[in-house]
Ligand binder design. Sequence first.
Ligand SMILES: [Fe+2]
Length: 384
Amino acid sequence: MDILVVEDNKPTLRLLEKKISMWGFPVHLAENGIEALAKLASSPIDIVLTDWNMPEMDGLELCRKVRKPDMRFIYLIIVTARDSRQDIVKGLESGADDYVTKPINFDELHARLGIGARIVRMERELDQRYAAIKRNYFQTIHMFTNLIETFDEDLGGHCKRVSQLSLRLAKWFPDLSEKDLNTLEYAGLLHDIGMVGLPNEIASKRRVEMNSDEMHLYQTHPVAGEIILNEIEALKPIAKLVRAHHEQFNGRGFPDGVEGNEIPLLCKILAAAVFYDDLVHKWKTPLGDIPDRLQRMRGYELAPAIVDFLLEINSEDIRKAGEEDLREIALDDLREGMILAEDIRRESGALIMPGETALTRRSIEVLIKFSVLHCINNTAYVYK
Ligand SMILES: [Fe+2]
């Protein structure tokens, strides 16, 4: 149990250091609130004993800063000569857990440190238990995702990608909190859990290919997902999103047909991620054709702002795919359909063939002829 003593009066500081060390506690020292905050950031302090009146930052200000929600629990004791009832109330209201008046009675201080140590131990145990509950919560969600994958491998992959894509989209909305991002991430993983139990072939069918019975069944899956997740109290915010993942900007989605700005932002993001992933993986739309498809959905199925962000993501994907697929290849190994990654020029700089050319049998022959004449290298950079 490490104790930090904050005191600007050096004799008092040394006396407290000596006594507390004698009681077996590791002691750290600071002469004002600012030094104390630096020690708290760099050392494993559990209890702070602070004077009230100090230069730079006094004890009350220190207590208020230590009590900010992002700080871990520290037991705070104010040790001061200010002993009026109003001062004691003011000190405790600043966030202190206890208040000791000077001149210090060391038996009393020892007893009060014992109380502090007991409360710190309980707080640390609570932290550990909370961390274990949180771990179980995440494991439950991943277990559900694995269940979806067992039902249908493609659907499981879709859920994992939608989760990641939702987070990429969320980057354009800086006002979203960490809690929102967690909700979005897990709603992405679980959004199609309602498909479990439906006939497998429905998951792979286009909606236009479904007969009316299949369509009816398919349209039940967001509500079925919501019902499954609502069984767990902590998953209720996620269940709401799952219900809404097929809502559309034009109000023609399901199950509720909500439209425009009535659709909460997280639902719009999730629905857009579902739409984009279906385009790429279910309908195998080439990345280069996606901007046109997205523009056609602007203001209809998708919110206009979201379309802009999906276009950015599409550009990133095209760039990444290009980087991944770029390779140097011997001219003899060129095949029709490959795309030149850069201009092919003679040593003089004269252009023979521009980058982005889709190679044909004829253009490959031309390149090989120039290579035989030693006008160009016998390799080229292409996209697969
Ligand atoms: Fe769905």
